[in-house]
Write a protein that binds this ligand. Structure first.
Ligand code: GSH
Length: 325
């Protein structure tokens, strides 16, 4: 179930709800940016940075999608943690599954916490993915998915294999507003349902989650993507929660009022995104299901992995009628 570092010492530790039983996510600690500007401390350079991810994690998944959309796979290597996050937190070890987790690529260490400690010997906080490591200064640049997403999109154009902008000037405000609007009730909201420590906290989170899903389902009846006719960062942010929703959140996190497949517009929106290579090839259902059902032993003590629901992500989505891709 993970743990946290306190002044450089590891303590196995679950999540602590607030006094009303609500799940509270910590703020990310490393917030520097790779910037494509002369004299910048962290300049984008091929091979200089290393991305640490879990295929299971919706936040890390965002960065993998953008890395692939921009054709940055050759520029930014990746290490993938084992899907189970147990008492030692995220770990690098063999996983004989459909897609193996990788050995740690930079330091040769066993645990992700060792990478945090390499950056800051007295680090206090949870040890989370994604994180972007700088092999030159030997430190963590950033561990906040939304910012890593924006960096890959805007600051790596000089080396990107595809320079399509997923938050162009004309819509960047509505992209940021949409990302803000879906963060608490949806992306974080499923966790607030699942990790609620009281009925009241659960009801509050479920109300907010379903109000938001109802709202965005309505919006997506009128337009192909969250911010209009073009795919943006906001769609990436919503996708990584939607694709986990029916297989995991609806069962494991008690997001049970409605599945995605029960909505009028969200299922085909999800298919429209999933059928693009950068989304499909970074979606690892095996890591996702193994991670959630088997790491959160306090909500699923048997570790039994629920069956995949019937939901064909490859079925025709018909959303071309709403506008260009
Ligand atoms: N705000 C962060 C959240 C990252 C995060 O919480 N990642 C989870 C995995 S889904 C994690 O690594 N949790 C480990 C822990 O809390 O011990 C982001 O968006 O990057």
């Amino acid at each position: 179930m993970g743990g946290r570092l306190i002044e450089g010492v590891w303590y196995a530790h679950g999540y602590e709800p607030d006094d009303k039983g609500r799940f509270v996510r910590q703020q990310s600690a490393f917030r520097d940016w790779t910037v494509d500007a002369h004299g910048a401390r962290f300049r984008p350079e091929v091979g200089r940075y290393h991305l640490y991810v879990s295929y299971a994690c919706p936040w890390a998944h965002r960065t993998l999608i953008m890395r692939q959309l921009k054709g940055l796979q050759g520029a930014i290597p990746v290490s993938v943690v084992h899907p189970l996050m147990l008492d030692d937190g995220w770990e690098f070890r063999d996983y004989p599954g459909s897609t193996a987790s990788t050995a740690e690529g930079v330091h040769g260490v066993r645990y992700l916490r060792d990478v945090y400690l390499a950056a800051e010997r007295m680090y206090t906080g949870r040890v989370t993915v994604p994180l972007l490591w700088d092999t030159l200064e030997k430190t963590i640049v950033n561990n906040e998915s939304r910012e890593i997403l924006r960096m890959f999109n805007h600051h790596w154009q000089a080396v990107a294999g595809d320079t399509t902008d997923y938050a162009p000037a004309g819509v960047i405000k509505s992209v940021d507003d949409a990302i803000d609007a879906i963060y608490e009730p949806v992306n974080n909201g499923v966790y607030k349902c699942g990790f609620a420590g009281s009925q009241e906290a659960y009801e509050e989170a479920a109300d907010a989650l379903y109000a938001a899903l109802d709202h965005w389902d309505g919006v997506l009846g009128e337009r192909r993507f969250l911010c209009g006719h073009q795919l943006t960062e906001a769609d990436i942010c919503l996708f990584t929660t939607l694709v986990r929703f029916d297989p995991v959140y609806s069962v494991h996190f008690k997001c049970s009022q409605r599945r995605i497949v029960d909505y009028p517009n969200l299922p085909n929106y999800l298919r429209d995104l999933y059928q693009r290579p950068a989304f499909r090839e970074t979606t690892n259902m095996d890591h996702i299901r193994q991670h959630y059902y088997r790491s959160h032993t306090f909500i699923n003590p048997t570790g039994i992995v629920a069956r995949m629901p019937i939901f064909d992500l490859d079925a025709p989505h018909g959303r071309e009628r709403l506008g260009r891709a």
